[in-house]
Ligand binder design. Structure first.
Ligand SMILES: C[S@@+](CC[C@H](N)C(=O)[O-])C[C@H]1O[C@@H](n2cnc3c(N)ncnc32)[C@H](O)[C@@H]1O
Length: 259
């Protein structure tokens, strides 16, 4: 147990970047208190402990169940690569679907202290839309996602309708596009770019090349939020990008591209 808490390792070898589990767990707890509040966090932690020791109580307070109840969105679960409706030729460069924590995302985003209305937000590999729905809570000029799987994209469209009906959208526009991240053109304005380990190094490099070409004339900083940054070396080595900070023990990395 202690080894699990303190070791710098991936929790799911091959699927997760090596990071400091202890720092991640502490920061996750802090972020839960910040967004979920004291009692819901305590109940969630107790629910985890009960599940670990096999006690069939507090099941309804498991964090993912709290999320589903409160957001009303269909973003749950893991969809393995062979279950995703994506072209066979792209399967080896894609990642399975799983939703990121919108609390982790909101914490990282708020630390940027940007002027939201001046920025577009784009999630490359947006899946069922958990994160671009979370981004739409902020007054961005636009929030969009591009997703390769038609089935995931259809669910994202339904989730967009749900958040609009709940009156939780402060962004001026919120869209999901069905397509390949490498063919998605960005308008020439400041962007917050988000990727949750959606694809392999070749596709990420093509996406970075597209960003450089599309945003070549933008003077303001472009932010790149990389969740589970399996291929962060591409950004580390790219002279256009500067690493600003790590969050959650290195499970997230934040880069800026300055003109
Ligand atoms: C780990 S999920 C991330 C979901 C969402 N961004 C989030 O943070 O909750 C990765 C998603 O990327 C999609 N994907 C993989 N390759 C892609 C590509 N070339 N273009 C667009 N989407 C892609 C997958 O279908 C999958 O839904």
């Amino acid at each position: 147990m202690l080894q699990f808490i303190f070791t710098k390792t991936e929790r799911y070898p091959g699927l997760e970047v090596e990071h400091n589990q202890f720092q991640r767990n502490v920061q996750t707890l802090i972020v839960n208190f910040k967004y979920r509040g004291f009692w819901r966090t305590i109940l969630g932690v107790l629910a985890i402990i009960c599940a670990k020791v096999g006690l069939p109580v507090l099941e309804e307070y498991r964090f993912f169940k709290q999320n589903r109840r409160e957001s009303g969105l269909d973003t749950d679960g893991i969809v393995e690569l062979d279950e995703l409706d994506i072209p066979d030729g792209m399967r080896s460069s894609a990642s399975r679907y799983e939703a990121a924590s919108d609390f982790e995302f909101r914490h990282v985003l708020e630390k940027l202290h940007i002027d939201y209305p001046a920025y577009n937000f784009i999630d490359y590999g947006s899946g069922k839309g958990a994160i671009h729905a979370a981004a739409a809570r902020y007054p961005f000029k636009s929030v969009s996602g591009v997703e390769l799987s038609g089935e995931m994209h259809q669910i994202a469209l339904r989730n967009i309708e749900t958040v609009k009906q709940q009156d939780r959208v402060r962004a001026a526009s919120l869209t999901s596009v069905h397509g390949d991240a490498t063919s998605y053109a960005l308008p020439p304005c400041p962007h917050v770019i988000y990727v949750f380990n959606a694809f392999g190094a070749d596709v990420l490099q093509a996406v970075l090349d597209g960003i450089s070409a599309d945003l070549a004339d933008v003077r303001e900083p472009i932010y790149f939020l990389y969740n589970n940054p399996m291929h962060h070396k591409l950004l580390d080595m790219n002279p256009d990008y500067t690493k600003l900070w790590n969050a959650f023990g290195g499970k997230w990395m934040v880069f800026a591209k300055m003109k």
